[in-house]
Unconditional design. Sequence first.
Length: 321
Amino acid sequence: MKTKQQTASHLFEISTISKQIIFVSLILLCLTSIISPPIALLLGLLVANLSGNPFLDFNHKAITILLQFSVVGLGFGMNATSALSAGKEGLVLTIASIFSTIILGTFLGKWFRIDKKTSHLISCGTAICGGSAIAAIAPVIKSDEKQTSVALGVIFILNSIALFLFPYIGHELNLSQREFGLWCAIAIHDTSSVVGAANKFGAEALQIATTVKLARALWIIPIALITTVLFKNKQTRIKIPYFIGLFILAMLLNTYVPQTAIIAPSLVLLAKIGLTVTLFLIGAGLNLSVLKTVGVKPLLQGVLLWVFIATVALIAIIHFS
């Protein structure tokens, strides 16, 4: 006869296997054209909070790899000349928004009495490129696991909202493809949500948003250097987003090498599927325990910074660009 401990262990094993089957089935569903990126994010949120993510230990690494693959793949659907024009157009807005957001974030952090490192991570994540910026800045300031987790939690929560909210606002305000692409790239934190929202709005918006966002991501390097001075830490290495170089290479091949047209559509399709799975995994990493660790003050700082950058960028794009 089986002991109670053996029975409980067996039931736990079945439960774990069931969770894995549900999780893998949903990923396979995301590989089809049935599931859009926003719906994939919702499915991830549901599975994280109802049955749980059985592969949570691998979640972050998988997101990083898939997102980089997807961004490079999208480069095969873009024209270098148009992308360069979009990048120049968003340069002034990028510089102004990055530094104003970080300065405002510093003041808000002091006002709300938020831990200095947590506040700086939230500010950099909002100003540059979400989770990627936080991952690059965290070792520079030597933040601990809790400080990094809180900052990532704030950014991922707001990213999830942006994926649904921005296309709705864009349509309500009758923004052009160009206007929406620029707005997405400046006001949405993570590249994954920028690409997801812009793709939902249109092809031109996608091209502009991806190019401007990746150009913005390069500001991780100077901001990290400034951070080493502010936090008096000169012994850490700065993580450079090398995949952006592969994105540029893909774009150049698509523009100047005619033979690339044979495989380019397939690569772009794979990239969009990869993005859908990425957003599912992001949602699957946002369970209640992550949400509880965030806290009210850091979330309020993130929301206020987000409202600031989104509002100022939108006004500047509509009236001055």
